[in-house]
Ligand binder design. Sequence first.
Ligand code: HAM
Length: 445
Amino acid sequence: MSEARTLPGFREFYPEDRAIIGHIFDVWRGACRRHGFHEWEPPVLEPLELFTEKSGEEIVRQLFNFEDKGGRKVSLRPEMTPSLARMVGARANGMPKPIRWFAIGENYRYEKPQKGRLRAFYQLNADLLGEPGPAADAEIIALCAECLLGFGLTQSDFRIRISDRTLWFRHLARLGVPEDRAGLVLAVVDKLERGSPDDLAKAMAVALAGVDADPAVVLRGAREFAAAGSFEGLSRLAAGDASMEARLADWKQLLDALHAMGLSECLAVDLTIVRGLAYYTGFVFEAFETGGEARALAGGGRYDSLVARLGGPDLPAVGFGMGDVTLRDLLELRGRLPAYADGPDFYAIILGEDARSVALEDVARLRRAGLRVEYNLRDGKFGKLAQSAEAAGAKYGIVYGGQEVARGVAKVRSFADRREAEVARTDLVPALLAVRQEGIGALIP
Ligand code: HAM
């Protein structure tokens, strides 16, 4: 492979692309902070076993792992949840509950690069730990929705499909699936929508090998269960099963809370969602663009035993991850990406080397006052320099010619309408702060 190319599934961000990522991070961070979440960050490189033992098979196949120079088996993080569980677990006893944490960072998965799927992608993670009841699940699902609404999307642009591994485990037990095989069977259920009947039958037979349960019966029973498309559908499935009926009270609490927060339109009950990761224990959900075939925008759920499995106390937890790749595609499609405008506030046009030291003194003062200022590094003619200033995206020029310098002034020029005003150099900072705020009119009576 040519060294001049990037690796498959890795992106280069030119400034206009990086600006979009920056915007996405700003909206995510804003939503999380409004919900009271605190930002944290895990290491990029972790011991391999953190993921081989905690994430589930699908992710393990996709690890970017290697041996470091000290002979340690390590992996780039494919996700942040195991690191979160370890970090919270180590300090949980002294922390006020519930714990609300969010992180934004790059994850790495050796997947086949394709639309919506890369090998390096950014992900927002938001997790709420210490509260076992559905109020916490509702809070996390609401935050997931607000993270999308924050971009100017509407509730009709996406669907959050909610499901429940607790109900699934109960149903699989009814179908005769032993507890220790339920995870394997759910991995097959995860493929129900995409897999061919043949492949599904084979996969189910493998999941149930050596067990006294008929794969065809389990597959049919799973399909019927997955078809419950509403709360009423769930109630029908649960009828006559006391533990399932009891679980519906949690469902009602969850849906009522989300309804009260005005989020009913973007929600759907959908038992086809079971999630590929091994650690989920209760409600699970995924967000998709409506109508599109695209891959998930976000996914998450409850994982009540992970913290304890990493050596921490028993700490119930629920959270989600939202990626930047499918999100960016959707925002582009819906015209919700901001135009790229990243020019300086002012551009000092320095005419002649005699004016340079005076101009640089002002430029430094203006920058220290918080204004964004560029200037010509080389001498040139006014016309050329004014063009450079506009090409850099500046709205205003500050002209330093020999005459201005001699009189202790600078000329401020609006490139949009070519209006100009002289300002005494001693007044420059407040005058230009006003121009940035109100336009050149601030200087022209
Ligand atoms: P996940 O479903 O594996 O969950 O990933 C969440 C989101 O990250 C996906 O919906 C997708 O938007 C994005 N994503 C995942 N893999 C890729 C990829 N290869 N390329 C582009 N985007 C991708 C988790 O990672 C869980 N740890 C989330 C979580 C947090 N659960 C509880 N807390």
